[in-house]
Structure formats: structure tokens, C-alpha cells
Design a binder for this molecule. Sequence first.
Ligand code: IMP
Length: 190
Amino acid sequence: MKLVFASSNKNKIAEIKAMLPSGIEVVGLEEIGCFEEIPETADTIAGNAKLKADYVTRHFGYDCFSDDSGLEVDALDGAPGVYSARYAGAAKDSDANMDKLLAELHGNENRGAQFKTVIALNLNGEQHLFEGIARGTIAEAKQGNQGFGYDPVFVPEGKTLTFAQIPMQEKAAMSHRGIAFSKLVAHLKK
Ligand code: IMP
């Protein structure tokens, strides 16, 4: 079985390849000659995941899956959510995004939040969605320097360290993306 992962992120492609049984070949966008930026114009995380998978199936004819993620903060009614990468502007600057988030929550005791990933899989003419959620809290200040995005301000449930202070393998096992990927892999193994 050959499946396209609608991503150009080499780390994500390697991560999912390592989880899949032999017999399922995963290729990234570059390997099918797709170098264009796929529009992410939906207003939900699931909507963007579907857009990306549908784009590849429609334009290139392959069975395909795609992922989209975001941080949903309880006290901000789920913001920044689908706009997580661009929260502080089009530059997609992680430090600016975290500074804006910490300023919005300043003095607020409600620090609950969750990371969410939705994977959309187009397989044999059907679409399946897989969701992964990692609950936690937003720290008062940035801590740690591993990972990316909002990792330095996100403390996963049951831990006292931020995602940016937790080794990558450990984060992958408990993260929203890891959970959603595991559900995808379990489905493909069936
Ligand atoms: P993407 O859909 O995986 O590109 O994620 C969109 C945005 O959500 C990223 O640019 C980050 O700002 C944020 N994000 C998603 N996953 C993570 C994570 O594991 N750690 C920190 N930030 C994340």
C-alpha cells in the first residue's frame, strides 16, 4: 500500500514512517512532485486537515493523509486554535505567539489548555478522521528550549515540566500528534 503524507516536514514524515508496519509505504509531498503551498483556509483544525488531504487526492490521485494541529486555551474560548501558527501575525514567530498568549492570560488563574491534532485519511474513496488531544496548563513564563511552537509554555497533565523540558521521545509518546498518529496506525494495521 502506498500512501502520501501531505507534509513537507521531514521530521514528521520520519516519525510516522518509524511507526508503520512494513507493507505500508509512506511518501511525502516532494516525492510526488508537489511543491506548491496547499491552502489552509478552513476555520477549524479538522477543516484544514481535510482540505490538505483532499487537495492531494484531487490533484494527484493518491490515497493520502494529512495532519493539522493547534493549541486551544480554555480561558480564551479555544483560541488560538486553528490560528496557532499566526496568533501574533503572519510572520509565524513562536516567541511572539507565546508572548501574546502569556499577556492575554496575565493574572488569570484559569490556565487550562489542550493541544489538538486531527488527521484526515483518504483511503479507497472514503475519508476517516483521527483526533489526538493532550491536556495541560499554560505556565506563567517560558521554560526549556527543546521542541517548537508553544512547547516552552505548555505543561502536560501530570507533569511539572513544560514540553520544551521533556525529552523528544517522551513528548512524542504523550503528545496530541503521537496519539492521533497511533490511532491512524491502528486503523491501517486492521
Ligand atoms: P501544525 O498544524 O502541526 O503545523 O501546527 C500548527 C501550529 O500549532 C504550530 O505552528 C505551533 O504553533 C502549534 N503546535 C502544534 N503542535 C505543537 C506542539 O507539539 N508543540 C508546540 N506547538 C505546537
